[in-house]
Design a protein around this ligand. Structure first.
Ligand SMILES: Cc1ncc(COP(=O)(O)O)c(C=O)c1O
Length: 395
């Protein structure tokens, strides 16, 4: 393929290999390629609406599914997402809503939320105080997905796993394999493009069809100039071939135990030194929490940077490790992490006092923002406005 260059003729055979592998990985019948994770989610939802002939999509509080308006009804989207319900995850009343309504086309699940159900990404604005908590309970989340699956099957609602983030981190077969629950449609992105832009939808045959047998002119349109771009297909081929290798498959064995042990070791060291930081993890995806109330948690990222650890744009709240980290690699990170926390403590940014509560910090920040005349952000994705969750009135 490398010799052929950017050919825009018929599909190169590597595309067939990629489709074959993605079908095997997802356990689903058909595959479509898109240019980003956002587009893959758009297409999965569009197909679900088309085939169920229903209007609403359900997403869960705090879950990110790309920047398309229907899946981002909160901050950053100037219009109202009228066809979206934002419901509470791991909650019985959500199941009741799904059971009682007849107009829900699909439910979108981002399995990353298992680490912090109903809460958004740990951005710096989330860390203005220390109230944020995270804890991954595999059994509880699995039970939730099993119940969700049952209700969706009962009500012919398409269950979509958006694995664009967790993709191939948890298991070679993704979140479906990891939690032992089958979805009707699955989206993949990021890694699966081997470093190039990608979005993939895998789905059951009946849901992937873009026309109706009895009305062939009634189509579900989806296109993209660069869909299945030869460079992307080539890079994906490399990734999927690599994924098949015994070396990579071996890394998945015992992955959770390895990363749980590393997280526990780090937490033990942090506790032993009385530092105001702790980590929670979903396998290699880690989040940083701050047990004592503090207004300066966001500064930790600069202390980490001074130690040579640059975090992503998300800020002080997240670490995502490569699967192939050795114990020595990890020890290097842990040592720097501890040094950074020690230095921040020594510099006096963390202290405790009876007056210093998370509530007091939030109030104060709110007052300061009002005084400064800035708009106070309302995270409607974590706390949906009434208009977005019109429960029970349209059943
Ligand atoms: C779960 C999930 N879905 C969708 C997306 C959007 O993917 P992209 O940035 O490729 O549009 C992301 C991106 O982070 C994601 O994490």
């Amino acid at each position: 393929m490398r010799d052929l260059g950017p050919v825009l003729g018929a599909y190169h055979p590597v595309t067939a290999y990629n489709v074959h592998r993605l079908r095997a990985i997802s356990g689903l019948d058909e595959v479509s390629f898109h240019m980003s994770g956002t587009e893959a989610v758009m297409q999965a939802v569009r197909l679900a609406r088309y085939h169920t002939r229903r209007r609403y999509l359900v997403r869960f509080c705090g879950a990110y599914h790309g920047w398309w308006g229907d899946v981002q009804p909160g901050v950053g989207n100037p219009s109202v997402a009228r066809d979206t319900f934002t419901l509470k995850e791991m909650d019985e009343t959500t199941l009741e809503v799904l059971r009682s309504r007849r107009d829900i086309a699909c439910v979108l699940v981002n399995p990353l939320q298992a680490l912090h159900p109903n809460a958004g990404a740990p951005s710096d604005s989330m860390l203005l105080d220390s109230a944020r908590q995270a804890h991954f309970d595999r059994t509880a989340y699995t039970q939730w997905l099993v119940k969700l699956r049952a209700v969706c099957s009962e009500r012919d609602i398409a269950l979509i796993f958006d694995e664009v983030f967790v993709g191939f981190r948890l298991a070679a077969g993704g979140a479906q394999e990891y939690f032992g629950v089958k979805a009707d449609l699955v989206t993949y992105g990021k890694t699966v493009g081997g470093g190039l832009p990608i979005g993939v939808v895998c789905g059951r045959r009946e849901l992937m069809r873009r026309f109706r047998e009895d009305r062939p002119a009634d189509i579900c349109f989806a296109r993209g100039t660069f869909n299945a771009h030869p460079y992307v297909m080539g890079a994906m081929h490399e990734f999927l071939t690599c994924l098949e290798s015994e070396e990579l498959q071996a890394q998945y064995r015992g992955l959770d135990q390895l990363w749980d042990r590393r997280a526990e070791q780090l937490n033990r060291r942090l506790r032993a030194e009385g530092l105001n930081v702790e980590v929670a993890n979903l396998s290699t995806i880690w989040t940083v929490c701050y047990p004592q109330p503090s207004r300066y948690n966001w500064m930790f990222q600069y202390y980490l940077r001074a130690e040579g650890l640059a975090l992503s744009w998300v800020g002080t709240g997240r670490l995502i490790f490569s699967l192939d980290y050795t114990d020595a690699d990890f020890a290097g990170v842990a040592d720097r992490f501890i040094s950074a926390a020690r230095q921040m403590q020594q510099d006096g940014w963390w202290w405790s006092s009876d007056a210093l509560t998370n509530k007091a910090i939030r109030r104060r920040v709110f007052r300061e923002m009002l005084r400064a005349g800035g708009a106070v952000p309302s995270d409607r994705s974590a706390h949906p406005a009434a208009g977005e969750v019109a429960l029970g009135n349209k059943a």
